[in-house]
Design a protein around this ligand. Structure first.
Ligand code: PEP
Ligand code: MN
Length: 338
């Protein structure tokens, strides 16, 4: 249920109302927008007398909402959420008209590799570095990532270039190691690892939540809800393609997800054209299309030597190809005027 307050309601009046609502066993999420204050009532609202609430002098209108996602719902929170990471000149904002390009290798492989790639993507206009330290691989015999050492190398790359970074977590038991990570990624395979999501909800780190391979958009939003309902509202959603029956691309990039999610939620939405297509040649057109569709950012795999990459070489761009993509994406942003 959402209750919109009339303009000019004082803080004391609002707090009084919130206290009364909370005494009826609902949690109240307050969203103070530029024009309106909206109260989101979360929990069992069946006992709330909607007529009584609507009739209060300070209430403009009350609506029951049927969507099961509350904290992520745009109706509760009409203004876009803007996530901020990094400091000073390396501060990055994502959402609310701020576009972010995250770029880097699938996996951190060595100090030399991550430093070279970080420097080149920065020079081409990336504002965040990506790189996996803990890798979710289909085969246990494949490279599993440099793990804790990989995180140290990402921190080193940040020290050298200033770029904040995003990296994937696979287990809540590793959370201590992630204390100095800028954005924690939950990969497609863990989108419904509910215990992990709840644990991340109790941290204050921004979370990049990737869509599961066969997840509906509602399921994606419910996973965001797991994180947010524990108190962490810093969630970025990522469309990275879903499984289908065609084999020319690794996944099917669901670009309509961008405007659909934009209507449903205030959370930023970014697109991963690398995992969505699995083919480096397809990354440029899909990065451009995602930008035109209104995404708040992109996450793109870049490798200085794709042929010898330990993971996902076929979909990785060279630094030169990435530079071309970043330039075109910026041109498209200028045209679209999002
Ligand atoms: C990744 O970003 O490296 C990754 C494994 O992505 P996804 O979870 O989308 O497959
Ligand atoms: Mn990858």
């Amino acid at each position: 249920m959402i209750a919109v307050l009339k303009n000019g309601v004082t803080k004391a009046q609002r707090d009084n109302l919130v206290k009364w609502l909370e005494s009826q066993n609902v949690r109240v999420h307050i969203s103070e927008g530029e024009v309106q204050t909206v109260l989101g009532l979360i929990g069992d609202t069946s006992k709330i007398d909607i007529d009584l609430l609507s009739g209060l002098e300070i209430i403009s209108n009350v609506t029951r909402i049927s969507e099961p996602f509350k904290s992520a719902n745009r109706r509760f929170h009409p203004d876009d959420t803007v996530i901020e990471v990094g400091e000073g000149e390396n501060k990055v904002k994502i959402g609310g008209g701020n576009f972010c390009i995250m770029a880097g290798p699938c996996s951190v492989e060595s100090e030399e590799q991550i430093l070279a790639i970080a420097q080149s993507v920065k020079a081409s206009g990336a504002n965040m570095l990506r790189g996996g330290a803990f890798k979710p691989r289909t085969s246990p015999y494949d490279f599993q990532g440099l793990r804790a050492e990989g995180l140290q190398l990402l921190m080193k790359a940040r020290e050298v270039t200033g770029l904040p970074f995003v990296t994937e977590i696979m287990s809540a038991s590793h959370l201590d190691l992630f204390a100095d990570v800028d954005i924690i990624q939950v990969g497609a395979r863990n989108m419904q690892n509910f215990e992990l999501l709840k644990e991340l909800g109790r941290s204050n780190k921004p979370i990049l939540l990737k869509r599961g391979m066969s997840a509906t958009l509602k399921e994606l939003l419910m996973s965001a809800e797991y994180i947010m309902s524990e108190g962490n509202e810093n969630v970025i959603l990522c469309e990275r393609g879903i499984r289908s029956y065609d084999s020319y691309t690794r996944n099917v990039l669901d670009l309509a997800a961008v405007p659909v999610l934009n209507g449903l939620t205030h959370l930023p939405i970014i697109v991963d054209p690398s995992h969505a297509t699995g083919v480096s040649r397809l990354v440029r057109p899909m990065a451009c299309a995602a930008t035109a569709a209104g995404a708040d950012g992109l996450i793109i795999e870049v490798h200085n030597d794709p042929v010898h990459a330990l993971c996902d070489g076929a979909q990785s761009l060279t630094p030169e190809q990435f530079s071309d993509v970043a330039r075109r994406v910026n041109e498209i942003r200028g045209i679209m005027n999002w």
